[in-house]
Design a protein around this ligand. Structure first.
Ligand code: OFO
Length: 174
């Protein structure tokens, strides 16, 4: 059974994940309106993922006998100056979510709720992955804008050739 502090914080996290859904859908709409179809698709998939994050918390609360309570969601911003700003805002948002998850873990430990602590580890790993992914995208955007397309193309080629080399080494090995 969940303690009252944890119940309240898990409900707040359901709300944060719901906000992530509308934020990323709005980002997808903005990218689409600018003709950035790849980025629009990226944010649409992100929004789908966030819905799953929200539902996972929702289901966990139900499993423990707690009542999930859906709160009001703020309206997200509707425009950004450029693609870098969108991804930077996303990175900052995910850092905030990571902090929320860490706070939840702290409460679970303080309440000696090891089942919820175990459940939250999925979110800890997910946040690590999200931050890494967004940082990589930002690095690539910076590489293109600071050094021109040439460096980006070289990097992609080296990556492709490395993958080819790795797969032929693997074929020889087996
Ligand atoms: Fe991308 O954040 Fe959910 O958990």
């Amino acid at each position: 059974m969940l303690g009252s502090d944890l119940t309240q914080k898990l409900n707040a996290q359901i709300n944060s994940e719901s906000y992530s859904v509308v934020l990323y859908l709005q980002m997808s709409a903005w990218c689409s309106s600018k003709g950035y179809d790849g980025c629009a698709n990226f944010f649409r998939l992100q929004a789908d993922e966030e819905k799953q994050h929200m539902e996972k918390l929702f289901d966990y609360m139900l499993e423990t006998g707690a009542l999930p309570q859906l709160g009001q969601i703020d309206a997200p911003p509707t425009s950004w100056n450029d693609v870098r700003e969108v991804f930077h805002a996303t990175f900052e948002h995910e850092i905030k979510i990571s902090k929320d998850i860490s706070d939840l873990v702290e409460v679970a430990i303080a309440e000696k709720d090891f089942s919820t602590h175990n459940f939250l580890q999925w979110y800890v790993a997910e946040q690590h992955e999200e931050e890494f992914k967004l940082k990589s995208i930002l690095d690539r955007i910076d590489m293109i804008t600071a050094e021109g397309h040439g460096v980006y193309t070289i990097d992609r080629e080296v990556c492709r050739l490395t993958q080819q080399a790795e797969s032929s080494v693997a074929k020889e090995r087996y």
